[in-house]
Each structure stands twice: as C-alpha cells, then as structure tokens.
Design a protein. Structure first.
Length: 247
C-alpha cells in the first residue's frame, strides 16, 4: 500500500522566505563608495611671459617664451643667466588672493637643462611665513638662511632631458602667495657673478583634494537578496518534484 506524504514543503518555503527577508533588513540596501576630487588650483605657465617679474638678474639674463622647446605641446619659459623671476598670485589671479589649500596639497613641475654652468636651479614656493626651495644642485653647497626647508635634487645633472617632479606640500602652510624660478650662479661674496646657465621650465601645477567627492558607485544589495530567495525556492521545488517522481 502506497502512503501519501503530507505537504510539509509549503510551510517550510514560507518560513524560508520570511527568514531571508527578515535577515535582509539587517543588511544595507546598497553598497556605495566615493573618493575626494583632486582640484587643479592653479597652473603657472609661460603663455603670458609679462606676468613674471624679474626680481634679480645679472648682465645678459632674460626670461622668454620658448616656442621651439615645448613640453606636451605647450610653450615653455626659457631662463638664461643668473636670474630670479617671480609669479605673484595676488597680482595675477582674478580674485587677487593667495592660493588657499584644503588638504592633501601637492606641486608638480618640469624642467630641462640646455647647459649646466651655475650652482643650482630651483623652484621656490613663497608662503606667508617661509620659503620652500626645490633644488637641482650641480656643484658647491646650497644654503639659504631665509628658507626653512629645501630639497636637493642631485640626480638632475644631465642636459637635454626633461625632469618631472611631483612633490607633497602637506608639511607647509595653507596660503601660497607666489612661485619663483631661479638660476643661481657662483657668488664672490660682494657682487653677483653672471652665468650662462639655460633652463627651460614647462609649468608649475598646484593641486589639492577639495571638499567635493566623486558620485558614489552604488551596488544594490536588496534586489540581489530577493533574487537569491526566488532562485532558492524555485530550486527546492524542482528538487522535491524530482524526488516525488522517483517514488
């Protein structure tokens, strides 16, 4: 005599659905992630060469826009002789204000040495309370009593090559008033001695991470759980049906 099995499978299915939906309430409905947006605060370039002020120079010194030795299809600034040229943010920015940093600030610049005949070449950042020098030191001792920090770049000693630098500025102040490009020759202690050092500067790019964030990349969780529940119920019914057919 064949005995019929009682239909306990439906209550079990209902219980399974209830437990899965209940547990999904303790999970987030979606997973999302966003990242801080890098902000290009200012790129100092050499398209308008008259924005640069020559604050120190010796005979034969000059700063010109070089359209022959470009960098990434952009004009470069050609600095000749013992020279310091300064770009003032408070004068050249539309707001008339220094650059104000938020967080994770950095500077990127590139330079090219046609010939090396001076003591050092540098990019200087002028903060309200200190001056920071990024230096390619060729010979002699570099020192500057007015600067609180400096970095020596002794590996930049080959001519006819571009050198790229990307450096963190997190250790310094929050207000940047200007930048300078420098060819420095030997000093006899009395007069500034000229040199024929030639350096091309590509750009000086100031960046930081602003307060904005990228749009979140969201992955919905709840529809995935419901889909798994439906697949689980359908599969279990299929298995029960096959087992009954065998009996």
């Amino acid at each position: 005599m064949n005995l019929k099995r009682k239909g306990y499978d439906k209550p079990i299915h209902y219980l399974l659905v209830f437990l899965l939906i209940l547990s999904s309430g303790f999970l987030p409905l979606e997973y999302s992630q966003s990242n801080p947006i890098p902000v290009d605060l200012y790129e100092v370039n050499f398209e308008d060469i008259h924005q640069w002020d020559m604050t120190l120079s010796t005979e034969g010194s000059s700063l010109t826009r070089d359209t022959t030795l470009n960098h990434s299809m952009e004009n470069t600034g050609k600095l000749i002789g013992r020279t310091v040229c300064y770009y003032d943010f408070t004068k050249n920015r539309a707001s008339g204000e220094p650059i104000s940093f938020k967080n994770s600030r950095s500077v990127e610049f590139g330079w090219y040495f046609t010939n090396i005949s001076s003591n050092y070449v540098a990019v200087m950042l002028n903060y309200s309370d200190t001056q920071v020098y990024f230096v390619a030191n060729f010979s002699g001792e570099y020192s500057n009593s007015s600067s609180e920090y400096w970095f020596l770049r002794n590996n930049d000693t080959t001519t006819e090559s571009w050198y790229e630098h990307h450096l963190s500025l997190d250790s310094f102040g929050d207000l940047l008033y200007g930048v300078a490009i420098i060819n420095s020759g030997y000093d006899n202690g009395v007069n500034l001695e000229p040199c024929n050092q030639t350096t091309n500067f590509a750009y000086i790019n100031i960046t930081h991470f602003g307060e904005g964030w990228t749009p979140p990349l969201a992955i919905p969780i709840f529809p995935i759980i419901i889909g798994l529940v439906i697949i689980g119920i359908t599969s279990s019914k299929f298995v029960l049906k096959k087992s009954k057919e065998k009996k």
